[in-house]
Design a protein around this ligand. Structure first.
Ligand SMILES: [Cu+2]
Length: 94
């Protein structure tokens, strides 16, 4: 399964979000994630439950693959601390 996750350009930091903010996959599924950072600030895709932390440099597209875990909801976020509260989303495995 291929998923594209965007960080949209923004003039104000507060507007930064992951789009979409929820990804739904099946347990054990191979998920190919494309991370597109269209903004001007660095971000990360961090999913601590799965030991994932991928850097998202500004203006760059990054791809990585992981295997979906067992059913549940797992939070991901950007580990750039000033935006921690805003940039987050959910991996839903069902
Ligand atoms: Cu961020």
């Amino acid at each position: 399964m291929k998923v594209r996750l965007l960080v949209l350009p923004s003039k104000e930091k507060d507007d930064l979000t992951f789009t979409p903010s929820a990804i739904t996959v099946k347990p054990g599924q191979t998920v190919e994630l494309t991370l597109v950072n269209n903004g001007t600030l660095p971000h990360t895709f961090t999913l601590t439950d799965l030991n994932i932390e991928v850097q998202m440099p500004p203006g760059e597209t990054t791809q990585f693959t992981f295997i979906a875990p067992k059913s549940g909801e797992y939070q991901f976020y950007s580990g750039v601390l000033t935006e921690f509260d805003k940039m987050k989303g959910k991996l839903i495995v069902q």
